[in-house]
Design a binder for this molecule. Structure first.
Ligand code: C2E
Ligand code: MG
Ligand code: MG
Ligand code: MG
Length: 288
């Protein structure tokens, strides 16, 4: 991180912390006050019809604008938040922000939000969704919750019950990063979800990988049997899109159509309603 090191005395380094440790240390230190300081924001990544490019929804993805580390990835701060109860406040913020945003959309689409499995044990969970829905006058039908199947959903009874309560409210449910964990199929049998999001490890490069192709094909067949929607994540290449069409994958999410973008930009995309696949080389620059 050029330009940053100069601001802090080198002594922090030589005091035997490497850059990763220093970052982790500072993020952990700064996390508790960051919500009040308004340092979090959401980006929205379109989900797109693989054939028509029509925008069918979006996933909200959190970012932390840290005063010295710049835009921090959720992969860096979500695990830190989960070490304490801060993930509850962060998820509360996420829910509030998504409803606030949905209320501003003239033409709504379903918005997905990522929820740590831990939050599924939070006793205010249903109330938080209902209250936001009432206050913003936005139906819970516009909300989809993505739960990563890689994370241990260790009390199946509780999860089955809470999923059923959420469904009763009209909320859609998705198993995220599907196929990456070891108990995907068991989860599919236990939890009645609406959607599986096939992990990027299968989608990315699928046109050049016969195993990935076989796996996606099987998952599409399986999903059909279960009456589930399929979303394939992480599609960057035109060739992969063409192959996924052949495999009858209907919904795609990936840089090929769009990286995660600011709310204003997603609204602008919604004005047109469709996106054109576009293999671009440098996506990092377009994100922030
Ligand atoms: P995820 O839910 O699987 O989200 C998809 C991730 O893949 C996002 O990373 C997205 O930017 C990235 N992605 C999308 N298309 C492409 C592509 O074509 N190529 C590549 N290389 N990547 C692509 P992001 O935004 O860094 O989020 C990472 C993870 O952090 C998410 O994975 C999710 O598990 C978690 N996360 C993000 N926001 C939240 C949040 O608000 N709460 C919680 N609990 N977790 C969150
Ligand atoms: Mg997700
Ligand atoms: Mg995922
Ligand atoms: Mg992921």
């Amino acid at each position: 991180r050029a330009g940053k090191e100069g601001a802090n005395p080198v002594s922090l380094y030589t005091s035997n912390m490497n850059l990763d440790e220093l970052k982790r240390f500072e993020l952990l230190r700064d996390l508790p006050g960051a919500i009040e300081r308004n340092e979090f924001f959401l980006l929205y990544q379109p989900k797109v019809n693989a054939w028509t490019g029509e925008i069918t929804g979006a996933e909200a993805l959190m970012r932390w604008e840290h005063p010295t580390w710049g835009v921090v990835s959720p992969l860096d701060f979500i695990p830190l938040a989960e070490e304490s109860n801060l993930f509850i406040r962060l998820t509360d913020y996420l829910i509030e922000e998504v409803f606030r945003y949905l209320a501003t959309l003239p033409k709504k689409v379903p918005i997905s939000l990522n929820v740590s499995p831990k939050y599924l044990y939070h006793e205010q969970l249903l109330h938080t969704f209902e209250s936001a829905s009432e206050r913003y006058g936005v139906s819970l039908h516009w909300i989809e919750i993505e739960v990563a199947e890689t994370s241990q959903l260790d009390e199946p009874h509780h999860i089955v019950n809470i999923f059923s309560d959420l469904r009763a409210l009209g909320i859609q449910l998705a198993l995220d990063d599907f196929g990456k964990g070891y108990s995907s199929l068991a989860y599919l049998q236990q939890f009645q979800v609406n959607t599986i999001k096939i992990d990027r490890i299968f989608g990315d490069g699928v046109s050049e990988n016969n195993q990935a192709r076989a796996i996606i094909h099987s998952l599409v067949v399986l999903a059909k049997e279960f009456g589930l929607e399929v979303v394939v994540e992480g599609i960057e290449q035109m060739n992969d899109l063409l192959l996924l069409r052949q495999l009858d994958c209907k919904i795609i999410q990936g840089y090929l159509f769009s990286p995660p973008v600011r709310g204003e930009d997603f609204q602008e995309m919604m004005r047109c309603g469709t996106l054109v696949p576009d293999s671009i080389d440098d996506h990092e620059t377009s994100e922030n």
